[in-house]
Each structure stands twice: as C-alpha cells, then as structure tokens.
Design a protein around this ligand. Structure first.
Ligand SMILES: Cc1ncc(COP(=O)(O)O)c(C=O)c1O
Length: 465
C-alpha cells in the first residue's frame, strides 16, 4: 500500500512551478517553490519538525511536555501539527498584527494562543518574544524552540529545501530568492546551494520598515529605520541568530503595496493562491531579473512560503486594500467606465466587408485611427484591420489596394461586455490583439485600445490623491 505513517511524512518535496504570464517580459526562467503544499500550508512545517526532533535528541523535551513559541502563525501551525502526532502541548505568543484566520487555525489545532502588542520593542516585557521567553522559564518540561536563533531552523532548509531545489533544477539554478523573517530559509537553503555552486546568487527579500537591508549594507541600523508595515512573515526589528551575511549577495526591500498587488496577481494570473510575503518575493525577483537583464540561461527560483487562505480578510479583500491605499479605485475600473473616461466621445468607426483597402486606409487617415473593425449588415464584427496587417499586405503586393477588405482582414477584435475589468482587458491586449470591442446591451459598440486604458488609469489616479 502507498501510505504515509503520519501526516509528518508529507512535509517537503513541494512542487516547483514555472511563472508564466507574470514573467512574460523576462528571458530568464522564473520558478516558484510552492510551499503551501506542506500539510500546515507553509514552509514552516520543515523547521517545526526539525526543531522538535533535534530537541528530543538533546533531551530538551520529554513526552507530555509543552512547546512554547513566539510565532506569526505559520511556525505555530507546523509545531502544532507535529505536537499532535508526537504528544506535546503548545502555547504560542503572537502579535495583534496577525490575521484572525491564522490565530483561529492555531486554536483549531489545539494550541493556546496569547496575543501581544506589535509596536513595542523586542526587549519590552509585553513583546511576543519576551512573553514566550518568560512562559518557557515558568512552565516545567517546556521547550522554547526560538526559531529566530535556533540553528535547527536554518539546518532544516540546508537538509531539505536546498537539496530539493538543486535536484529539481538539475543544478541549473542561478539565483535563489527568499523572504527574510527568521532568515532560516535564506541562510540554510542559500548555504547549501552556494556549497554546490558558489556562483549561485542568494537574494533576500526584506520589507520597507525592517532593518535587514540597512544592516547588510552598512553593518548597523538606526532605530529610525524601523517603521510599521503590513506584510506578514518578512522583515524584522532585530537581527536573528539565523542571519548569516556570508551567504547573502543582495537584499531587496519591497513595500506593502507592491507585495500585495503582486500577491493578487499571482492568484489571478498564475492560479497561485498565496500569502503576502510571496508577492513581495516575486515582486523582488522580477524586479531584480529586469534590472540585471537576466538572460535565457538564468534560472531564478523564488520561495512562496504560504497560502492565501490566511489573508482572505486582508490582501484578498478589495475594501481592506482600498482602505489602506494599496489598491486604487482604478484597478476595479470596468470597460464601460473606461469608455466614459475618454477625452472625447466618439462613435466606433467601422467599414463593411466590401470596402476596398484603399477606402479603408482613407477612413483610418481621416479619423486618425490605427485599427478598424469590419462590421457586416447585421452589425456583427466579422474582422479587423490594423496598420501592421495593411503594411504587410501592401509590401507583398501593392495591388491589394483595390481588393475588398474581406480578403485582407484579420480575426475580429474580441467582443466584450461593459462590465469587464481593466486587468482582464489588459490581459487580452497583451496577447495578439490591439483593441477590443465593447458591445453594450442596446447593441451599440465602442472600441477600446491601450491608449484609452492608459488615459483612464492616469485620470483615475490623479483624481484619487
Ligand atoms: C509567511 C512567511 N513568509 C516568509 C517567512 C520568512 O522565512 P524565514 O523565517 O525562514 O526567514 C516567514 C517566516 O515566518 C513567513 O511566515
């Protein structure tokens, strides 16, 4: 029988998935390691089991003991699952910044959760680090894994994530990109990969408002750098023991807005329903690939640490995104609103199929337009003419001037309804069409081009401020 003896055996060996539409302007191969395939739906399952098993080997915890950790949810989930199978209790401390979903999940797995204030110093007795520390001193037979400073964290990634990536890419990986929270992932997997091939670049993703980038570049950080931000799981206000500068090549900071819009794009355009730090990591990786002009021999691997289910009431909630100014009203613009935004009202200029090409060119010149729908007597769009198409035909044979457009025309522009969203229209315009036709309920039609969308978006944005 093909069975696992417990859910713990299903940790790791997560799939490596190519990014397609998000990376379509990048020559390099961009691959995502999708960690929500772990049983606790995050990368942290890997370190949870390793920290517990190492503690058992060292005799730090005995059967029936209590695991106490300061966790933003994912490590707690991994620890809680491992604790169930291995027979331990769990108490977690976390901050009031964390999603309610994450906390409810921990409680569902039998853990006790204490919520502590976010905006206090780590040394403050109210901080979630201090509370976890104190509980571990007070409760007998308790173990405080302390993922920040525990070497088993980075070691878990050295033993699993790193080798998986090396094998799955057949040693072709050239860039490794991972968010930095405890730094276990970037340090452990980065170290393994660099030992295999010292040319592999290790790029850490930090959040604006966190200290890692400044510390990496200057050797210290100013208290003024520390600022609140929403992205969960990455960035810190202290340097964890698992941070190892020797494996790092570069640290990129990503702000909440770019992180969250990319998170949503991963869901909508790649079908990857992931958490906010995943958007940060992908935004950073794509930006890096563009800036450095990475080529077709480059293989960039990005870690996607967790699932979107934990962020439904935040990143995936339009109202929350708008309230926090991460999403403008313009990103939910509909086709009909774009038509209304147009500088001047204009009727669709079209030609019937029996018009000659020369007549069609004259119509385009008179109206200063570069594409033209071909519409039959029944008001159906049956074809299209674009400058490119016309040019190609005339170069082939100038005699085409006198041919009816029905012989020259291209596929019709896609016909959409007025309620299609701007991001969906933009996707269509990125493929092989230069315009779309908006057909209204009353049969009237409008044509939308890229320049109409740019106009509408820039207009909507300036209104917003
Ligand atoms: C959602 C999420 N992303 C990224 C990270 C960063 O990984 P690491 O702690 O290994 O640096 C974490 C860590 O807590 C996380 O929870």
């Amino acid at each position: 029988m093909k069975v696992y003896d417990s859910i713990l055996q299903t940790i790791g060996h997560t799939p490596l998935v190519r990014l397609n539409t998000l990376a379509d302007d990048i020559q390099a191969t961009v691959l995502a390691k999708v960690e929500y395939f772990n049983p606790g739906q995050s990368v942290k399952d890997r370190i949870a089991i390793k920290m517990i098993e190492d503690a058992e080997k060292e005799g730090y915890i005995k059967p029936g003991g209590t695991i106490i950790e300061g966790t933003s949810g994912n490590t707690g989930m991994g620890l809680a699952i491992a604790a169930i199978i291995k027979g331990y209790n769990c108490i977690f401390t976390t901050t009031d910044k964390q999603s309610k979903e994450k906390i409810d999940l921990l409680r569902a797995l039998g853990a006790e959760v204490r919520i502590c204030p976010t905006n206090v110093d780590p040394e403050d007795p109210r901080s979630y680090y201090s509370v976890a520390q104190k509980l571990s001193e007070e409760i007998p037979n308790s173990y405080y894994p302390n993922q920040y400073d525990n070497p088993s964290n980075a070691q878990a990634h050295y033993e699993t994530t790193g080798p998986e990536l090396w094998d799955e890419t057949e040693g072709k990986i050239t860039h490794f990109v991972a968010g930095m929270g405890t730094c276990g992932t970037v340090t452990g997997a980065g170290r393994f990969l660099k030992e295999k091939d010292s040319d592999i670049k290790v790029i850490g993703i930090d959040s604006v408002g966190s200290v890692f980038k400044e510390y990496f570049e200057t050797g210290s950080y100013s208290e003024e750098t520390i600022a609140p931000y929403f992205t969960e799981g990455i960035g810190e206000d202290l340097i964890p023991g698992n941070y190892d500068e020797s494996v790092m090549d570069e640290i990129i900071q990503v702000n909440d807005r770019n992180a969250f819009l990319t998170t949503r794009a991963l869901a909508k355009r790649e079908g990857l329903f992931v958490g906010g730090s995943c958007g940060a990591a992908v935004y950073g990786a794509l930006d890096y690939a563009r800036q450095k002009g990475l080529g077709s021999d480059d293989v960039v691997v990005v870690i996607l640490p967790d699932s979107g289910t934990r962020y439904i009431s935040k990143i995936y909630n339009d109202e929350w995104m708008k309230e926090n100014n991460f999403m403008s009203a313009s990103s939910s613009l509909k086709a009909i609103e774009i038509v209304r935004h147009r500088a001047e009202a204009r009727d669709v200029v079209s030609v019937p199929p029996d018009t000659t090409l020369q007549e069609a060119i004259d119509v385009m010149n008179e109206n200063k337009i570069s594409q033209l729908p071909v519409v039959n007597q029944e008001n159906n769009v049956i074809g299209s003419l674009t400058e490119n198409r016309i040019l190609n035909r005339l170069i082939e044979d100038a005699g085409f001037r006198d041919a009816p457009v029905s012989e020259i025309m291209d596929q019709p522009f896609p016909v959409i309804t007025g309620d299609m969203r701007v991001d969906q229209i933009t996707q269509m315009l990125k493929k092989n069409t230069t315009a779309v036709i908006v057909k209204h309920d009353n049969g009237q039609m409008d044509i939308l081009t890229k320049s109409d969308i740019i106009h509408a978006l820039s207009h909507a944005k300036s209104n917003e401020v």
